[in-house]
Structures are given as C-alpha cells and as structure tokens.
Design a binder for this molecule. Structure first.
Ligand code: MG
Length: 503
C-alpha cells in the first residue's frame, strides 16, 4: 500500500533567458503546501554575459537559488542546474510555461505513482488557442508542443537516471533537440518515461518576426541527432519525416535554371524556373491556408517561403561540417573490471602467473575502453590473502602477468579480507569501487563495474556506479535475473558503454 503521507523529494530547475513572468511561473511552486513543495528551486540564468546586467526580474525569494551559465544554451543550463541539486527527483520547467495553482499537488501524485524502471514523468502541455481566428505559423509551432513527447517544458526525471546517461548533451546549443536526445538515451539505457496527470499551460507568445527563418538552424541539430542516434531516430520519436528533401529540390531548381541559361538551353532554364515558382507558391499556399486570413501573415508567409528552402539546405550543410566527427559521448569515464571469471579464467586462490588464462573478449574490452579514453581499473576480492593461502606478492605476480596479457590497466585494487572480517571493501560492499573511483579522479556515478557474479553488480549499485553482469556458466541464474544489465562478454559490456546503445 502506498503511504498517503509519502512525499517524494524533488528539486525544480528552470533555465531562463530572462523572459518576463518567471515570478508568475514560480508562484504555484513556492506557495505550495509543505507536503508538495520542492526541497530546492534553482533558476539558471542563461542570458549571455553581455546582456545579463542585473538580477533576474521578479526573483527575490530567498528559497530560489540562481546559477549563471552565460548564454551557452538550455542543455548546458539544465545540466548545471540538476548537477547542483541533491534531490532524488529533478523537475525541469521551461521559463515560458505557466503551472496552474494545483500543479505541485498533482506533481506529487505523479511522482508517487512512478514505478521502478521508469525514469520520469512528463506533464501534459496545454496551449490555449487564439480566439476567433486560426493560429499563425509561429503559434502553430507552439501548439505542436501539445503532441511532442518527452519535452523538458515540464519533465520530472530521476536523478539516478540522469546520472546513468550523463544528463544533457551540451553540444545542443539551441532549445530544439536536446530533450529528444536525452529521451532516446534514457530509452537506450532501458528506462521508460510515462505521461503524468499534471497539466501545464504554455501560453501563445508573441511570435518573433521571421521566427520560421531562424528555426531553420534546427537542421544542423538534426544532423547531430543522426550521428548520435542513427538515421531512424525520427521513427523512434514518432515524428514525421523531415522536409529537407523537398527543400533540396526547390533550392536546386534555380541553380539548374542558371546552368541551363549559361549552356544556352533557354527552354530548359524556363522549365526549371517555372517548376521552382510552382513549388514555392505551393509551399507558401500550404502555410497561408493553415493560418489566419490576415494580410501581414500572408506577406510574411510568402517572403519566408522563398527563403526557407535555401536556408534549410544551408544549415543542413553547416551541421554536416560541424558534426562530421560527432559521436555519442560515453556517459562513463572509467570501467572497473572484476578479475577472476571476468578478465581471466577463475582459478581459485591462484598465486601462479603461469595459470593465467584471459577470458574471451577481455583484452579487446580493455583496448576498446582505452581507445575511448576511459580509465581502466581492476577491483578484485582476494580473500586467499586473508586466509593465508597466498601472499600479496603472489597476487601481484599474477596481476603483472594479466597486465602484460590484456593491459595496461590504470589501477589495481584488491580486497585481501575474508568475508568474516567485515571490511567495507569486499564486494558486494561499495568500498573498493568508491576507492577506485576516487583514485582515478572520477565520481562513482561515472564508473561502470563489469563482473561475472551478483556481488560485482551489487557493489556497483551500492557505490552508485553502473553495473554490468557478464555471466559465465558458473554464474547463478538468479544473479543473471537480478542484474540491472547483462552483456555476453567484457567486450560487449564495454561496447555498450562507449556506444550507449542497445546490444
Ligand atoms: Mg569474479
């Protein structure tokens, strides 16, 4: 039964570019009754350094913390925001939404009903329609938010899930694809997201003039999406295919007309020109028909319809150049391998270097990790030392042989104790994992432990690291069932870490 008093602890993170109405946004949050109030409210001021002259208007509540990210975009701002919080839930709100008065109460209900394995819950976005007319082009873009999945306008995420995937990818500088990218990486890590019951209002803002032109920059972000998630990412987020192909044809036609003129084919040139005109008129007509019957909107649609196709193609090219070598960043910075049964065949209490036999995929796993700049450590229980069956020197000799065969390894970490010694380092306890992370200069959350038994992945979980089980025939079936992640061998485990994808 759910405890009726249970109130999940959450922090609110609002990146802002200084839009007015921030105080209004925060009011339902700050005035919420104690049982549904956030433990932390962070406003991330992302105005460019030269614009951010004074404090943010309307933010003088002592419960609100302010961070500055100096105009590096919403992904960076959200990243700085959540990483400064300790609450187990992080709720992202955009600075242009208006939570209704009961929002915090409904959020609490949403958080309480999220099952394990679900990384987060999305608020429903409602966009009030303009009265007595059809929405303009820029208003239609805002209305489309109602159907978008996993947008950060109102998104609550588990801190542990954000840590698992490394949070936002700060290469996304615009408010466009950074949330879709995060959602796909969460899905890749095995998390699900669900729709909450709470509602957030997104008012129709006054569209900036020619917003449809600057929106074409998004074509560059789409290139990054393709590099990170493959060519089928639109299908995964149930988005219709992009319009770039059509823009490419429209853009090519005037060039073809020019080429035909130069080559002395006037009829061909006229045909290409006519086709361009027809396509442009068709494009403009589709946008005009959907909007309000207003002269200024017609003019705007006609002019931007000429400019959009070449701009879209241009930014696509910009993206192809800028992200030509982009690939997914590993969310881990270090791999901690178990030794016996993972990197080498398990020879109980082995003190003899000649009996070292690498396991399949072990050398390749270490090489792949190093290739991607990950630190590599070995964390191994060697209770044979505590039992006086082997000496530390024996173990060191074996480790040197392993290092030669499959290394180099950055750090060897061993626990010499017996179970009954009650130490904090022996796996499944977290001591060795935390200590290795510290020695490598990374956070435990940035480490993955790869091992062949339950104690390995349990130690990982206890330390806040990611655990991947690589079972051998001797691994118990319930350990396989209980493991958060399972890979075929160490190489498959590291592949998953560096690609971030499903294996
Ligand atoms: Mg083992």
């Amino acid at each position: 039964m759910m405890d009726p008093e249970y109130a999940p602890e959450y922090a609110i993170v609002v990146p802002t570019v200084g839009r007015p109405g921030l105080a209004e946004l925060l009011r339902p949050v700050l005035e919420a009754p104690e049982e549904s109030a956030p433990s932390d409210v962070v406003v991330v001021d992302d105005r460019p350094e030269d614009e951010a002259t004074g404090p943010l208007p309307g933010i003088d509540d002592p419960r609100v913390r302010t961070l500055r990210t100096g105009g590096r975009g919403p992904a960076t701002a959200r990243q700085a925001g959540w990483q400064s919080c300790t609450a187990p839930w992080i709720v992202f709100l955009d600075d242009d939404v208006r939570p209704p008065w009961d929002w915090a109460h409904r959020l609490r209900g949403d958080l309480r009903s999220v099952p394990r394995g679900v990384a987060g819950t999305q608020g429903r976005i409602v966009v009030p329609r303009p009265e007595g007319r059809r929405p303009t082009d820029s208003e239609r873009n805002t209305i489309a938010l109602e159907r978008a999945r996993w947008i950060t306008a109102d998104l609550a995420l588990r801190r542990s899930a954000l840590e698992r995937v490394g949070g936002f990818d700060t290469r996304f500088r615009r408010a466009y694809r950074e949330d879709t990218d995060l959602a796909l990486r969460l899905e890749d890590a095995g998390f699900r997201l669900r729709q909450g019951a709470r509602v957030c209002v997104h008012p129709l803002a006054e569209g900036r003039p020619r917003a449809s032109l600057s929106a074409q920059r998004g074509n560059a972000d789409d290139v990054l999406m393709r590099h990170l998630h493959g060519t089928r990412w639109r299908e995964r987020v149930e988005e219709p295919r992009g319009t770039l192909r059509s823009h490419l044809i429209t853009t090519a036609l005037p060039l073809a007309a020019l080429a035909a003129t130069v080559k002395g084919h006037p009829r061909l040139a006229a045909a290409a020109g006519a086709l361009w005109a027809a396509r442009t008129v068709g494009f403009a007509a589709r946008r005009i028909v959907a909007g309000p019957a207003r002269f200024d909107e017609w003019v705007d649609m006609a002019l931007t319809s000429v400019a959009i196709p070449p701009l879209a193609v241009w930014y696509r090219g910009v993206g192809e150049l800028r992200y030509a070598r982009a690939h997914r960043r590993p969310s881990v910075r270090a791999v901690l391998f178990d030794r016996d049964g993972t990197l080498v065949e398990d020879v109980p209490y082995n003190g003899d270097p000649d009996r070292v036999v690498p396991r399949p995929g072990a050398a390749e796993a270490v090489a792949l990790a190093r290739e991607h700049g990950l630190a590599v450590a070995v964390v191994t229980n060697q209770s044979g030392i505590g039992r006086k069956m082997i000496t530390e020197e024996d173990v060191a000799a074996v480790n040197r042989r392993i290092d030669r065969l499959i290394g180099p390894v950055d750090l060897w970490s061993l626990c010499p104790h017996r179970e009954e010694d009650g130490c904090s380092c022996r796996k499944p306890r977290p001591g060795m994992v935390v200590g290795a992370a510290w020695a490598l200069g990374v956070a435990p959350a940035e480490c993955a432990v790869v091992g062949d038994i339950g104690a390995d992945v349990e130690a990982a979980a206890a330390a806040g690291a990611r655990g991947i089980l690589v079972p051998t025939p001797r691994t118990r079936e319930e350990e396989v069932r209980g493991a958060p992640e399972v890979a075929e061998d160490p190489f498959a485990a590291v592949s998953r870490l560096v690609e971030g994808g499903r294996t």
